[in-house]
Design a protein around this ligand. Sequence first.
Ligand code: LLP
Length: 425
Amino acid sequence: MYSPHDFHRRGGELYCEQVPVARIAQAVGTPCYLYSRKTIVEHVRKLRAAFRPLRPLICFSVKANADLAILRLVVREGAGLDIVSKGELYKATLVKCPPERIVYASVGKRPDEIETALRQGIFCFNVESEPELEEINAIAGRLRRVARVALRINPDVRARTHRHITTGTAESKFGIDRRTAARLLRTHDAFPWVRFIGLHLHIGSQITEAGPFVEAIRRAGDVLARGRRAGLDLEWLNLGGGLGIVYRDERPQTPREFAGKVLPLLRALRVRLILEPGRLIVGNAGALATRVLYVKQGGGRRFAVVDAGMNDLLRPALYDAYHEIVPVRPPPGSGSGSIRYDVVGPICESADVLARNRRLGTLEPGALLAVLGAGAYGSTMASNYNGRPRPAEVLVAGRRWALIRRRETLRDLVRQDVTPASLVR
Ligand code: LLP
């Protein structure tokens, strides 16, 4: 089973590395995100080791977790960053990510975003349409700077995952179909300010098997061959992200197993490799600690109302995603005979359910729970809905820990508001 992490029990009590989760929750309040530095670093290293023969460029996907401390950590580990906006580029600059390790995807890059990224000299744009390619060529010409481009191929491969996070099928909005891509490569003279360096794929997220990747690589290989026949030096293949982790009972491949399946194909294609992992690096490095406010019953169900809601962790509400929830200290009566709870947040939405029907012992108000697997797409998808400041975030390293993002204040909630006297009296 792949998904080693550093949340474990000692004397019944839940620890993150060598720090009791309860101690952190006590110090910074709840809800709060906490992350293990060791898990993050080890995931980057394992992935790199698995693909070592190809000297891969690993670009951590900023959308999975955009805390500056975490970005800084992965950049210090030698990783680059996969960005999708000027905002993420700004963060990449703040953490001193070398521009030659930044790749930029997104179906909707604005002209000002393209210009900024070009001026900063990022490694390449992952281009998702013909009009975008034309736009990049025009802007690059105006700036007299050559833009490096990888065409994002839509391989029309279905990865078995949640329908909201599969991206490689023909009807999805992502990428360029193979025929169009081959034509664009053949007519490369029409884009004098573009240097085509290779191809990009990203077929979806939380994929636990190699099959769909293998098929996508085969299909991209065909386009690659055609591009090379047209005289282009296509050196890079970007496989995107998507490597799955354990949330419940998944049995995802290890990086080594994955590499075992795809390395031979990549060698045969004579390409260098880019990977854009997000979830694999941070997913199970993080947990969301939350406190039980009330326990109530109704309609034959028992609810644990907690102080974290869908504004803090959206995945269960949005994707029906399963996150393991564990008591931070073993409550009385825990074990197989224990009571089942629906763990719900305080938000005024029926979808604000973090988990259903979980055995959690006997919960009392004040009990601390940890929602596991919350390191990826947790804090980045948090919002202020229902007037709720976003949680504090903490990084743990061995016996030490530190705040990496302070809890938002009430003042933060209204910082951007303006009340124009001319319109509102
Ligand atoms: N590269 C591209 C072009 C992407 O669109 C994504 C994720 C990644 C890399 C990173 O994928 P990962 O390795 O993390 O699977 N919010 C959803 C996931 C959406 C993924 C969007 N794209 C969730 O919470 O499951």
